[in-house]
Write a protein that binds this ligand. Sequence first.
Ligand code: MRU
Length: 356
Amino acid sequence: MNRDGEVFLSIERYALMRVKIDGDKKEIRSVWFEKGRVLMIDQRKLPLSLEIKGLGTVDEVCISIREMWVRGAPAIGITAAYGMAIASLTGEDVKSAAEKLKATRPTAFDLFYAVDYMLEKINIGDDPVVAAEEYANIIIEKCRSIGNEGAPLIKDGFRILTHCNAGALATGDYGTSLSPIRTAFSEGKIIFVFVDETRPRLQGARLTAWELYQEGVPHAVIADNAAGHYMRTGQIDMVIVGADRIAGNGDFANKIGTYEKAVIAKENGIPFYVAAPASTFDLSLPGGGKIPIEERDEKEVLEFGGVRIAPHGSSARNPAFDVTPARYVTGFITEYGVFTPEELPSLILIIKGRGE
Ligand code: MRU
């Protein structure tokens, strides 16, 4: 396999997670495990082409996470769980595989949660492939439940703002912020989604818009700096975003730009919801101050589609995430229901009670 991964198939026309393969429609997840390999949609290529990559070593899995072939906290966690299964299958030391996987991206808590889950299962002698598959199924089921819990918050006629991509691509299936939107739409509610383009990697314009387009959900991509205008002029009824790591008090990290959307939403009296499963809650952190923020290559900001857009003498800063204080959050939509920041202690009791 070269550095760019092996291309299994390349498909021109497709429907969301239901892709046409040899003339047949097939339902796929954004990442899955087959015959000792992790298969994944290469999210760098969407929406121009749908390519499935196959990875057979821990090092390849690490590259796929670090270079964002796969991204989104829960999908990163699922990929890492499969990476641990590959370590066992290929005879690689699982402890060093765990270290390598944990070093790929620092902010998304699901990565650390998934690797520790797998270490625990491997230590008690469980079959690593079965454990990784169970992990993926649990996370995807949680995302389905987030859709059911969150859909009642979306009223008929609502115009919803979302940031980055927290859809099926980011979670294996369903999504977190997109899951209630999908459910509400499938219930026949009339909705409209404003999709922040999400500079610099354009996860909104490329991935969220692709998912909504495939499902037929009415939407418009907006420049990141247009969201304030739509909120101030009364054209947005609610905001739903995902999260990469949520501290015990509800402060949370999400894609850079989330914080300013939350502040503007509060200023304009617009409800602001965070959708995430228990695997995103880092209960070792009392507040958001210690959430590690990934700083990515300055080229992501200085270039656009590989073409330099800033003067050659200029440098850039590129934090991938920001932290939003809990006071800006109306509610956390989880698989266990919707909780205000003040109600988080009861969610934490549920999570701890279930040993998650
Ligand atoms: O850098 P990314 O694309 O991995 O960032 C993704 C996000 O910020 C998502 O909003 C978050 O992971 C939630 S995904 C369900």
